[in-house]
Design a protein around this ligand. Structure first.
Ligand code: IMP
Ligand code: MG
Length: 175
């Protein structure tokens, strides 16, 4: 079956919301030298856009998490394939995610990071799909709340494809 992509959130809207998020983060963190933990792979485009708008001291680290097995349904299982290398104890930490869907990934992740005793730990996500939540997670910062649709682009994939789209799109199958 062939797949078609419809624009769901345009690059202009993403620009506007990431600008707004950068202002919020600056207000809260300009003198806190936070560590941004980027959750790979999905969040790399969002994080790249966002950090260029943050003009105050900060550090960046990465975690590679796998939560989906090339399908559009969450397996409910996550695996940490690469862990952070910076010590986050007593530091202000912001986790940067692409999307919070069932919430299972960030739930496990935030609990694990909390055991390293950061001074504060918050979650910033590009997209939030609250209607799909299975565990009680509320992002501290979110650019867009979206409906229950499977989206791709701007870093998000379907079977490792479409991460390079400069907008958020909806993937539909056409016969
Ligand atoms: P959760 O554990 O169900 O919250 O799933 C979070 C992860 O699933 C995200 O970090 C994404 O990698 C992936 N995911 C969830 N929804 C979508 C979607 O609509 N498009 C692409 N990936 C998604
Ligand atoms: Mg992800």
């Amino acid at each position: 079956m062939q797949k078609k992509i419809e624009v769901y959130i345009s690059d202009k809207e993403i620009e506007k919301q990431t600008d707004a998020l950068a202002i919020k983060l600056k207000n809260e963190y300009f003198d806190k030298d936070p560590i941004l933990i980027v959750i790979l792979k999905g969040a790399f485009v969002f994080a790249g856009k966002l950090i260029l708008k943050l003009d105050f001291p900060l550090s960046v680290d990465f975690m590679v998490i796998k939560s989906y097995d090339d399908s559009t349904e969450s397996s409910g299982m996550i695996r940490i394939e690469e862990d952070i290398t910076i010590n986050i104890e007593n530091r202000h930490v912001i986790v940067i995610e692409d999307i919070v869907d069932t919430g299972q990934t960030v739930n496990v992740l935030m609990k694990k990071l909390q055991t390293n005793n950061p001074k504060s730990l918050k979650l910033a996500t590009l997209l939030d799909k609250p209607s799909r939540r299975k565990v009680d997670v509320v992002p501290d910062f979110s650019c867009f709340e979206i409906e229950d649709k499977f989206v791709v682009g701007f870093g998000l994939d379907y079977a490792q494809q479409y991460r390079n789209l400069p907008f958020i799109g909806i993937l539909t199958e056409v016969k």
